[in-house]
Write a protein that binds this ligand. Sequence first.
Ligand SMILES: [Zn+2]
Ligand SMILES: [Zn+2]
Length: 123
Amino acid sequence: MPNAAAKPCRHTGCGVLVRDGTGYCEKHKTDRNIGKFADEHRGSRQSRGYGAEWEQTRKRILRRDKGLCQPCLKNGKPRPARQVDHKIPKFEGGTDDDENLQSICTTCHTAKTAEEARRGRAG
Ligand SMILES: [Zn+2]
Ligand SMILES: [Zn+2]
């Protein structure tokens, strides 16, 4: 028999007595995992440099550009943008300032990233 004292499950409103020391009943053991994975997810987002601050910037730029892809707009074919892109890539000295950021659709972004990678290798 486990000798740990029985404690009510930590899931809000559950109250089932738990004796194995985990803090959660059989039904709510997954609550622990959800908490753990959420922490790992937050950590990885921050280590990539895309935190809450970038999320704010991204929303601001998309709003400024009325949610339209800027390269497509210049070609006279406005399309909805999903991403925000550095006009001058950071590895070429571009900044995170609003004037160096533009809304961009996935197609243009993929093409531009490939082009930049090619330039980066050549230069
Ligand atoms: Zn429970
Ligand atoms: Zn586009």
